[in-house]
Design a protein around this ligand. Structure first.
Ligand code: SDX
Length: 428
């Protein structure tokens, strides 16, 4: 006998089916609720509402567990390259060496941008925010890839569209950085792997070859893996709902980039560094700023702290915090904001306000310190989050399309004016 949920409305009782996921998560299926009862449910921010059934990422916020396609994030971050994890998320399995080599070859082949795209870069002021540029540039790929607009794409069309986006993103991102510096663009090199190529295009020079430090490449691989997917977060939900209208992949991803930009979401990694810098410049009094974060009359929040789902340590934050210590030590960098971050974390984790609300450091709390140590400017941090999240967005968009999910169209409860008499202009 399958489990059901009983709901009593007036004199009637309705039985609603309960579904159970492979990790024993339970959900009440309300897809027929309005037809049966005339009622809908309402849940601002979808804090208790599932939008889909997905086989890509599983997380348990209470236990601090995160898995991609069944593999724990700790194992993937330790043993894989970002490209292996991208392949796993998009195609469902870890690649063989031959499959990975073919994947890398395809991405090298498609890494160049159409030369006409340079005109878009010329149009941006040098201080245009990198996330605003990224939204526009990713959406502009539709202009150079007609197969991406095919209303009834074949599997090959979709796979070519996926490969082109994954291949061109590092080039798009590195050229945004070069453009902000007024430096010449550096072209991709087929002899380099995905992440090394990105570092080459970002920090390379036309006048001389640069050495790409393997410590830096390893750190970048780890950071990108930790950002690669995170089930139905704000930006992924945006990608899925935009894609549900049969909108092309590039425009769907561009919408996700916009959602990620917000300081409550991916924009938090930039906001954390700006917060730490402000505390440092203010004399480093962490107790003062903890008090501000707790004060309801003060709109200051401890950026990089708290999470909609993790009510325990964000497992990614644990890995990033350790990586932070390792990388700064290996690079011989002593960043004063790291000490402030550690003091803030220590103070918050023993403060009843944060403990009662189960507010812990999240993925954004330490990532900015590493990005800065690797040489990235602060306003590029959320772009790097997008570079990491791209395979997850792609996998989620593909899953939604392959499962033929309906166009997303939530309901509402109307609370506005009812039956007003029209008033002629002369009498208003
Ligand atoms: C990401 O969803 C994902 O998976 C996202 C992400 C991913 O990989 O895609 O993990 C990436 O977006 C991480 C989160 C990055 N954002 C920040 O670090 C911004 C600071 N954090 C907060 O704004 C907040 O914690 C959110 C937005 C992350 C979560 O907010 P919720 O779930 O809507 O919770 P809430 O705002 O209702 O807060 C509950 C309580 C409130 O106090 P009370 O009204 O109960 O008294 O906790 C307080 C909040 O005021 N609170 C904080 C706080 N976060 C929550 N108080 C001070 N500082 C904070 N950071």
């Amino acid at each position: 006998m399958s489990e059901t949920a009983s709901i009593n409305l007036g004199e009637k009782t309705y039985e609603l089916p309960v579904i159970t996921g492979t990790e024993n998560e339970k959900a009440i299926d309300i897809s027929k609720l309005r037809d049966q009862t005339g009622y809908i449910t309402i849940d601002s921010g979808f804090k208790n509402t599932g939008s889909t059934k997905s086989a890509i990422t599983y997380l348990d916020g209470e236990q601090g567990i995160l898995k991609y396609r069944g593999y724990p994030i700790e194992v993937l971050a330790e043993k894989c390259s970002f490209l292996e994890v991208a392949y796993l998320l998009i195609y469902g399995d870890l690649p063989s060496q031959a499959a990975l080599d073919e994947f890398q070859r395809e991405l090298s082949y498609h890494a160049l941008l159409h030369e006409d795209m340079k005109k878009f870069y010329d149009g941006f002021p040098s201080k245009a925010h990198p996330m605003g540029q990224l939204c526009s540039l990713v959406s502009s790929l539709t202009a150079f890839s007609p197969e991406s607009l095919n209303p009834n794409p074949t599997q090959d069309d979709i796979n070519l569209t996926v490969l082109k986006l994954l291949a061109k993103m590092p080039t798009i991102v590195s050229w945004i950085h070069k453009g902000s510096l007024g430096e010449p663009f550096i072209y991709p090199q087929n002899r380099l792997d995905y992440v090394s190529n990105f570092m080459h295009m970002t920090f390379g020079q036309v006048t001389h070859e640069i050495d790409i430090d393997p410590v830096v490449v390893d750190a970048m691989n780890k950071l990108l893996i930790l950002h690669a997917d995170h089930e139905q977060n704000c930006s992924t939900s945006t990608v899925r709902i935009v894609g549900s209208s049969e909108c092309n992949l590039y425009a769907s991803i561009s919408a996700g980039i916009s959602a990620l930009w917000g300081p409550l979401h991916g924009g938090a990694n930039q906001a954390v560094i700006e917060m730490l810098e402000k505390i440092k410049d203010d004399g480093g009094d962490t107790d003062k700023w903890i008090a501000k974060a707790k004060d309801k009359n003060d709109n200051f929040r401890l950026m990089g702290f708290g999470h909609r789902v993790y009510k325990n340590f964000d497992p990614r934050a644990k890995i990033i915090k350790k990586a932070c210590d390792d990388i700064l030590a290996k690079l011989g960098i002593n960043d004063p904001v790291l000490e402030i971050a550690k003091r803030l974390e220590e103070a918050a984790l023993s403060d009843p306000y944060f403990v009662e609300r189960k507010l812990y450091p999240n993925v954004d709390f330490y990532s900015g310190i590493i990005y800065r140590a690797l040489g990235f400017p602060t306003d590029m941090f959320t772009v790097l989050f997008a570079l990491g999240r791209l395979p997850g967005w792609i996998a989620q968009w593909k899953e939604m399309r392959e499962n033929k999910e309906p166009i997303g169209r939530p309901r509402q409860v109307y609370v506005g004016a009812v039956d007003r008499d029209f008033v002629e202009m002369a009498k208003r």
